[in-house]
Design a protein around this ligand. Structure first.
Ligand code: NAD
Ligand code: UDP
Length: 311
């Protein structure tokens, strides 16, 4: 059945993949974005589709539309951009969540929150299950994002309990793929762009910190499956790839796959940078019948092809 769906942050990296997939499944999609980190280039190919609508709007301000489902993705995700204007980042997460939940309540839509593994902060438990409360510095440089997302989760849970709003919370772990902005600042896009330009590959710290990288198609599959779960399941649920790599291993892999002559250089580690991160995906396997299918090498090859076409 054709659904009307609102995707906030739809012109961003993940949002643009989601809009495309929802349209391909025969839905009507409204893409809302203020273009802070998103780009029209990501969704320009969808503009000819009569079931696609583009809305320039900032979710810190209320917005009204009639839809069946809302995917709330609007929020800068790269540390450089979310730290550029920390107060605005908090407003986007918190006021944005209030506006989208208020809308969902009024029009009786189902609403999914793009939360993050950052709610676990610099974790003391490894891998991280949903039951872990996290280890976040509330006054650190990453707090505007981490605490904003934690408060948004709390708002979602309370709109559900108090007002019966149908909610879903997904905790997304590091995701990469085509359509990341070349200057986004996150590690996968940085390393690939540096390698393709023959520039130094910048490792922050000693490169022993770990992340678990998920290819974007796997995430989109998990996100849609979560939206379609039964009424009683709200999450939060981790969606990520449990294969864990150090940043040094990632840099070496990018060097090998691009064949670059770039040198690896070391720069200072940013404050509060988590030392390790890996999702426990037991719950996603059980409830969503989901697990990632694309390994790091396959995903990097596809992503390198994309950056070759634009760099
Ligand atoms: P992105 O920066 O590419 O996309 C975010 C989009 O939101 C952009 O198009 C931006 O212009 C838009 N936006 C920002 N503030 C807005 C506002 N106030 N009003 C309207 N639009 C606004 O980032 P992404 O990687 O696509 O992330 C999408 C969502 O997924 C974010 O909520 C992020 O926190 C979450 N997430 C991403 C990752 C990841 O690894 N990519 C991991 C965890 C969570
Ligand atoms: N990082 C790095 N070089 C870069 C960009 C990032 O070594 O050019 C490191 C960063 O310090 C962190 C890891 O890579 O330890 C992942 O960073 P990213 O910003 O992609 O995601 P997050 O820290 O939010 O997980």
């Amino acid at each position: 059945m054709k659904k009307k769906i609102l995707v906030t942050g739809g012109a961003g990296f993940i949002g643009s993949h989601l809009c495309e997939r929802l349209l391909n499944e025969g839905n009507e999609v409204a893409c809302l974005d203020n273009y802070f980190t998103g780009q029209k280039r990501n969704i320009i190919h969808l503009l000819d589709n009569p079931y696609f609508e583009l809305i320039r709007h900032d979710i810190t301000m209320p917005y009204f539309i009639e839809v069946d489902e809302i995917y709330n993705l609007a929020c800068p995700a790269s540390p450089i951009y979310y730290q550029y204007n920390p107060i605005k980042t908090i407003k986007t997460s918190v006021s944005g969540a209030i506006n989208m939940l208020g809308l969902a309540k009024r029009i009786k839509a189902k609403v999914l929150q793009a939360s993050t593994s950052e709610v676990y902060g610099d974790p003391e438990i490894h891998p991280q299950p949903e039951s872990y409360w996290g280890h976040v510095n509330p006054i650190g440089t990453r707090a505007c994002y981490d605490e904003g997302k934690r408060c948004a989760e709390s708002l979602f849970v309370n709109y559900h309990k108090q007002n019966n709003v149908r909610i879903k919370i997904i905790r997304i772990f590091n995701t990469y793929g085509p359509k990341m902005h070349p200057n986004d600042g996150r590690v996968v896009s940085n390393f690939i762009v540096q390698a393709l330009k023959g520039e130094d590959i910048t490792i922050y710290g000693d490169g022993k910190q770990t992340r678990s990288f998920q290819y974007v198609d796997d995430l989109i599959e998990g996100m849609i499956k979560l939206m379609n779960t039964g009424e009683d399941f709200t999450g939060p649920v981790n969606v990520g790839n449990p294969d864990e790599f150090t940043m040094l291993e990632l840099a070496q892999k990018v060097k090998e796959l691009t064949g670059t002559k770039s040198k690896i250089v070391y720069q200072p580690l940013p404050a509060d940078d988590p030392m390790q991160r890996k999702p426990d995906i037991t719950l996603a396997k059980k409830v969503l019948n989901w697990e990632p299918k694309i390994n790091l090498e396959e995903g990097l090859i596809k992503t390198i092809e994309y950056f070759k076409s634009i760099v």
